[in-house]
Design a protein around this ligand. Structure first.
Ligand code: 13P
Length: 254
């Protein structure tokens, strides 16, 4: 069981030098801020993982490490890919699975999401499974059905005990990088939808919200029923903003 998480998805930003600086900055700011009760996770590009994990270890920073993506096979002839055991060896304990950008730009299917999730669990990494509808689907009122089917496709083949180790992130595509944040009502509805799509009682699963989370909206979003934390994109590239978001959320969860 994982609880309140603030995850920074750096996407394809920051080379290893910039990644080291940002990690140190987050670590220092987090020591000064009151973030008790939430776990901070950063997910840098794969080529930065070694540098970031070395800094976390050397400076004893209270930051956990995650990968943005990895392939579900453990090894073999898969040119250009990185496996889950490989990112685990670099210190990752989390992995984002099926971000909408992977689904849209790299053709990641529901089946690939399910296989990656299963591989992550096999290697004791916590998968953060991303779900969320496009603007068009929402306009046609298909969002409940769409997100429910993404959930079932991702976790339906797991055992009930495996499902307890999964984190879900609801990220409506229309809110990602647009500044158009989902309303509290919309978020609360989808948190409930995700939990009721769960094959067992989904009451205690960890569900994050992502999509234009900023320091200005963090308190309202963290106080929205069912939200256990955030998956932050743009604002996670600023140490100050990321830690401010974490502190605002921590206050709501205390
Ligand atoms: P933004 O916070 O930039 O909208 O990105 C959200 C996201 O995609 C995190 O995974």
């Amino acid at each position: 069981m994982v609880s309140n998480l603030i995850v920074g998805n750096w996407k394809m930003n920051n080379d290893f030098v910039a990644a080291i600086h940002l990690t140190q900055q987050i670590g220092i700011l987090a020591r000064q801020a009151d973030v008790a009760g939430v776990s901070l996770v950063v997910t840098p590009p794969t080529c930065d993982l070694r540098s970031v994990s070395s800094v976390i270890e050397a400076d004893r920073l209270a930051i956990k490490l995650g990968a943005q993506h990895a392939y579900w096979e453990d090894g073999g002839a898969f040119t250009g890919e990185t496996s889950i055991p490989m990112v685990k060896r670099l210190g990752c304990t989390f992995i984002i699975v099926g971000h909408s950008e992977r689904r849209e730009h790299f053709g990641m299917t529901d089946d690939a999401v399910a296989k990656t999730t299963a591989s992550a669990l096999r290697h004791d990494l916590t998968p953060i499974i991303c779900v969320g509808e496009s603007e068009e689907i929402r306009d046609n009122e298909g969002h409940v059905e769409f997100v429910s089917s993404q959930i079932l496709a991702a976790v339906g083949g797991l055992t009930a005990s495996q499902r307890r180790d999964v984190v879900v992130a609801y990220e409506p595509i229309w809110a990602i990088g647009t500044g158009k944040v989902a309303s509290s009502e919309q978020v609360a509805e989808m948190m409930a939808v995700i939990r009721s799509a769960w094959p067992e009682d989904g009451g205690d699963i960890t569900v994050l919200y992502g999509g234009s989370v900023k320091p200005e909206n963090a308190t309202e979003l963290a106080s929205t029923p069912g939200v256990d934390g955030f998956l932050v994109g743009g604002a996670s590239l600023s140490g100050e903003q990321f830690v401010e978001i974490a502190a605002a959320a921590a206050k709501c969860y205390r």
